[in-house]
Design a binder for this molecule. Structure first.
Ligand code: 13P
Length: 247
């Protein structure tokens, strides 16, 4: 059976002291989970987190990746540099980057492509705003966002991870219901099936106010293969509870 993936997105949180406390707390409780586990940390802390996680079951990820290989791109971090610190995953196209950094579907697709060609698994985020949901445009929006990535990546598409993160559920405490999430995941799965015979291998994560209390019901849905967790990933006990729910 396909392993689920529980990934924490720390966003712009942490400090040397807080990271150490959090990672030590996770390592003390994680045991041998049946799912894959990752933490996507601020890049400035990669060296610290890489050292703390070395040899453990928790993999390392980042929250963004450059679409370029190297060179004159001030402020960017080359994928090869991330690889030197053991990075396995890169979140791509998070709604906060689409919203605050103007990332278009094409930029997101190019970043996913660069990650794949660098041996890093992109976690491609898609999701509608509240206005788009209320206008009945949820399917149209998530399909358009995913189509750009499928178009740019051809047969490599089976190597990506997709995260459905409804924008209205992020950081609001208002998670999508398990039924709402499953409905969109089924749409995304069908779209991936039309693109590759290996679509069943692709992990589809849910993100948006997933927490210790609602994780089991969300993760129990047939097309939900894991979670991308923000706030609850900053508390060791909550994150461990979510990991334990991913059976
Ligand atoms: P919250 O879990 O804090 O809602 O954040 C979700 C998210 O954006 C993960 O990428």
């Amino acid at each position: 059976m396909k392993k689920k993936l529980i990934a924490g997105n720390w966003k712009m949180n942490g400090s040397l002291a807080a990271n150490e406390l959090l990672i030590k707390g996770l390592l003390a409780g994680v045991g041998q989970p049946v799912c894959n586990v990752a933490v996507c940390v601020p890049s400035v802390y990669l060296a610290q987190c890489h050292a703390l996680l070395e040899g453990s079951v928790i993999e390392l990820g980042v929250q963004d990746i450059s679409s370029h290989e190297s060179g004159a791109f001030t402020g960017e971090i080359a994928p090869a540099m991330l690889k030197e610190f053991g990075v396995h995953y890169a979140i791509v196209g998070h709604s906060e980057r689409r919203q605050y950094h103007g990332e278009t579907d094409e930029v997101v697709a190019a970043k996913a492509q660069r990650a794949l060609s660098s041996g890093i698994t992109p976690i491609v985020c898609v999701g509608e705003t509240l206005a788009e949901r209320e206008a009945g445009k949820t399917e149209e929006v998530v399909k358009r966002q995913l189509a750009a990535v499928i178009h740019a990546n051809g047969h490599c598409i089976s190597e990506i991870v997709v995260a459905y993160e409804p924008v209205w559920a992020i950081g609001t405490g208002l998670s999508a219901t398990a039924e709402q999430a499953q409905q969109v995941h089924a749409v995304l799965r069908a779209q991936l099936k039309a693109a590759t015979p290996s679509a069943d291998r692709i992990k589809l994560l849910y993100g948006g106010s997933m927490n210790a209390a609602n994780a089991a019901s969300l993760l129990g849905q047939p097309d939900i293969d894991g979670g991308l967790i923000g706030g609850a990933a900053l508390k060791a006990q909550d994150f461990l509870t979510i990991i334990a729910a991913a059976v």
